[in-house]
Design a protein around this ligand. Structure first.
Ligand code: NAD
Length: 382
């Protein structure tokens, strides 16, 4: 396996390329999407069996696509949802529907596996994680059973998707926040429920590495956004998708109104999905043993995010604020010193560029659904 950490073979840091979001990855035909040039450009052994857990979800679907682009002969995609509910499903992958909270399912999922990416979790945006803390904590069974199966079945590399929600909340009580560096997770005061589960699972990865010699890698994702994800008001969508949906609704209905959760002054950074897929694989194949930030450090207020969405969706919005809704911490940003130092790379896509593609995809989806609804109403009426 090539170690692609920035300080690898030739001792040079690979420079951060400015990135334009790739529109060739958006074809409605999934097979077309896998024919494109891979996002991750590291050297890989395509004979390895790679398992993606949570493959029916947003990030998992994009990761499966990129593994198929790299011509891995065996990509196993696993999710609790039946495949017809996955955001992306590829006929070339071995698609399996399994509940990974169950230990036996984890052993079945990891049969002959070389590399395992665990992206499976019961999660959603702020509205979901504030109201479903026990469900979020129960995802601990997924990672625990996967780690046990990985240890017992001699998996070579195991990746765990942690979150910026592990960080001490007291360091995030101002919008003018200092970017969070990896050490800021301790002393621990994580996001209640979801964040504690992530922090505990990070430590499980560390101890399986130290005690059982399982090679584990952990990335702390900071808000990820992009096409082929949740946007539709089921309660699990995150701020960029939820606000884009509301903006497009306002555009299509002609109302121009948008309701923003909180007062709009809270700050965040948002990472485009292609950067997440790239960074995940860079970290997986690196020598970085401790949890590392994977996030953009382009800090914006939610009001500034709405400005970007207005431009991307080409709509002028009349803003109202609902301060009764959960808005999370006041400020959060990613300190990318460590990833730049280790990999010579950090997520390069500008929010404006990524949101343009995302808004276009969400609008296209919403228009298609509206047309389908109109057609079915027309069919019923006649
Ligand atoms: P997602 O909800 O779209 O995908 C998660 C997938 O896991 C879903 O398809 C779900 O059905 C599946 N899953 C849940 N329980 C399962 C079970 N018992 N067995 C098998 N599959 C199960 O979420 P995502 O945005 O793709 O996130 C992927 C990972 O990244 C998660 O672990 C999440 O906590 C982490 N993360 C995401 C973000 C983000 O902004 N999207 C930020 C920080 C961390």
């Amino acid at each position: 396996m090539t170690d692609i950490s920035g300080k690898s073979t030739n001792g040079q840091l690979s420079l951060n390329k400015a990135a334009e979001p790739r529109t060739d990855l958006l074809s409605p035909d999934p097979t077309d999407r896998t024919r494109a040039e891979p996002i991750f450009q590291g050297e890989v052994d395509p004979d390895k069996t790679v398992v993606v857990c949570g493959a029916g979800g947003f990030i998992g679907g994009h990761l499966v696509a990129d593994l198929l682009r790299q011509d891995f002969s065996e990509v196993r995609a696993v999710d609790i949802k039946p495949p017809n509910q996955w955001f992306q499903k590829f006929p070339q992958a071995d698609n399996r529907s399994l509940d990974l909270r169950e230990k036996e399912s984890c052993y079945r999922a990891l049969e002959n596996a070389d590399h395992v990416y665990n992206l499976a979790a019961d999660m959603g945006g702020m509205g979901f994680i504030e109201n479903n803390k026990a469900l979020c904590m129960l995802s601990v069974t997924i990672n625990t059973h996967l780690l046990m199966a990985a240890r017992d079945m001699d998996v070579e590399r195991f990746f765990y998707s942690s979150s910026a929600c592990v960080y001490n909340q007291e360091l995030q009580d101002t919008a003018d926040v200092e970017p969070l560096a990896e050490a800021d997770a301790y002393p621990a005061l994580a996001e209640d429920g979801y964040g504690w589960e992530k922090l505990f699972s990070e430590r499980m990865c560390r101890h399986f590495r130290e005690d059982f010699d399982l090679t584990t890698r952990v990335a702390r994702y900071h808000n990820v956004y992009g096409p082929f994800g949740t946007y539709d008001g089921g309660g699990r969508e995150k701020a960029p998708a939820a606000l884009t949906r509301k903006a497009v609704e306002a555009k299509l209905s002609g109302s121009g109104d948008i309701v923003i959760w909180g007062d709009g002054t809270q700050t965040r950074s948002f990472m485009y999905i292609d950067d997440c897929v790239d960074g995940t694989q860079r970290i997986m194949h690196s020598g970085i043993t401790d949890p590392i930030n994977l996030g953009s450090d382009e800090l914006v207020t939610i009001n500034e995010l709405v400005d970007v969405i207005e431009q991307a969706a080409e709509v002028d919005l009349e803003r109202a604020y609902d301060r009764t809704k959960p808005q999370g911490v006041d400020g959060r940003n990613s300190d990318n010193t460590k990833i730049l130092d280790e990999l010579g790379w950090a997520p390069p896509t500008a929010l404006r560029d990524g949101m343009e593609v995302t808004a276009e995809w969400i609008e296209q989806q919403m228009r298609t659904h509206r047309e389908a609804e109109t057609t079915s109403r027309f069919a019923v009426a006649h």
